[in-house]
Structure formats: structure tokens, C-alpha cells
Write a protein that binds this ligand. Sequence first.
Ligand SMILES: Nc1ncnc2c1ncn2[C@@H]1O[C@H](COP(=O)(O)OP(=O)(O)OP(=O)(O)O)[C@@H](O)[C@H]1O
Ligand SMILES: [Mg+2]
Length: 227
Amino acid sequence: MYQLSGVTKRYRRGKATVDALAGVDLIIEDGGRLVIQGPTGGGKSTLLQMLGGLDRPTAGTVELDGVDLARLSEARLTKVRAQNIGFVFQSFNLIPTLTAQENVETALVPLGVKAAARRERAAEVLASVGLGERLSHLPGEMSGGQQQRVAIARALVKRPKVLLADEPTGNLDESMRDEIVELLEGLWKEYGLTFVMVTHDSAIARRAPRLATIRKGKVAIADNVDA
Ligand SMILES: Nc1ncnc2c1ncn2[C@@H]1O[C@H](COP(=O)(O)OP(=O)(O)OP(=O)(O)O)[C@@H](O)[C@H]1O
Ligand SMILES: [Mg+2]
């Protein structure tokens, strides 16, 4: 479970300061699915970075299962990320010179998984995202939707507790978008993930059981009884 209390992130630009997050309190239950919306510059990506331990708040606490990510040493934080948190971004961030299989395997290297087990687990999760036939393709030999599937496989191969996605369909055309969202929602159920997704797509937001809207660093939560 995530428990955020008074999370503030202040950026300085010369003499000006911006509170990208301005005192955010938020609880996300294990296995929950939260969709985040809001205007550009509202603080969505900043919040996701706090949840993922990619950055630290200026003030406040970001607890994951009772451990405050804001106070962990860099080494412990890196370990928490490597074991527990999968990320998917708008830009797929694949390594262009590595095959689909090798890209997915990279997530297991910091966990000390042996080469044979890495190969097996990567192939398995690539099959589960529908890319069983594309293991030896390079990113440049795949469509955008396929590349994002590789990125999703890379995020999930470590069997994380949490999946964080920042506009994962932002670079895809409409038909691909629906496919990727359906895939993510299916994986959320299948793996019992805690799933937080930033999206501009209001059709996705309407289907979300819980919707957070972030404006000027402040979060408002709405529960959707129809979803
Ligand atoms: N590294 C940084 N240095 C200075 N200001 C930053 C930095 N990162 C973000 N900001 C500022 O913090 C605010 C929130 O940014 P953030 O990226 O979280 O917005 P967002 O909601 O994800 O927007 P978008 O929809 O455009 O992705 C913005 O005003 C942005 O300019
Ligand atoms: Mg953003």
C-alpha cells in the first residue's frame, strides 16, 4: 500500500520557485488501479516519479508498505525500484541495439538472475504480451505498439508489485492505444498489480475505478461507481 502525506516537490528556476506538488495526501491500496489526469504542467509526472522513487520530495513522506521512500539511501532505493516497481513511459525507452528478448532481460540483471533463467522468463513474459514470435526483433523492426509491448514486458518480467505508466499510449495511434490499454488492464488483473497510469485519454479515465485529477500540484480523488 502507498501512503503519501504532505508530499511537496518544489523546483527552483533562478529566483522563481514552482511547487510541482503542493501537499499531496494519497492512499493507494494493494491491487488498486488509479488513473491520473489533469492539465499539462499540473504535476502528474512528478507524482509518478515520487511513487516510483525516481526522485525525492522536498517535504512529506512517500510510504510503500510502511517504508518511506523519501528517506531511503540511494542504494536501498535502487533496490526497491529494481525489485518492486515497473515503469512504462510514453517513449518506449528501449535499447535500439538489443533484441526484444535482450531488452526485457536487462531488467533482471540487477536482481542477479542467472542467464538461463533470464532468457526463459523474458521469453515467457514476451509471449504473455503477444510477442512470442518477435523475440529476436530489434526495436527498429517493430511497430510502435509492439515496442510498447516490449517495454511492458520489461517492466513486468521482474514480477513487481507496482506498475507505473506515464502516458503509455501517448505515442500510439488510436487502434494501438485501445490494444495497449486492454493489455495493461488485463495484466493488472492477472498479476494483481497496484497500477497507476497517467493518461490524457478521457475514454480510459471513464473506465477507471478511481480517478485522481491533479491541478497546480493538488490532487482531487473521485471514485467511479460504474467502473
Ligand atoms: N526538473 C524540473 N525543473 C524545474 N521545473 C520542473 C521540473 N520538472 C517539472 N517541473 C515543473 O513542475 C510542474 C509539473 O510538471 P510535471 O512534469 O509533473 O507536469 P505534468 O502534469 O506531467 O505535465 P504534462 O501533461 O505536460 O506531462 C511544471 O510546472 C514543470 O514546469
Ligand atoms: Mg507529464
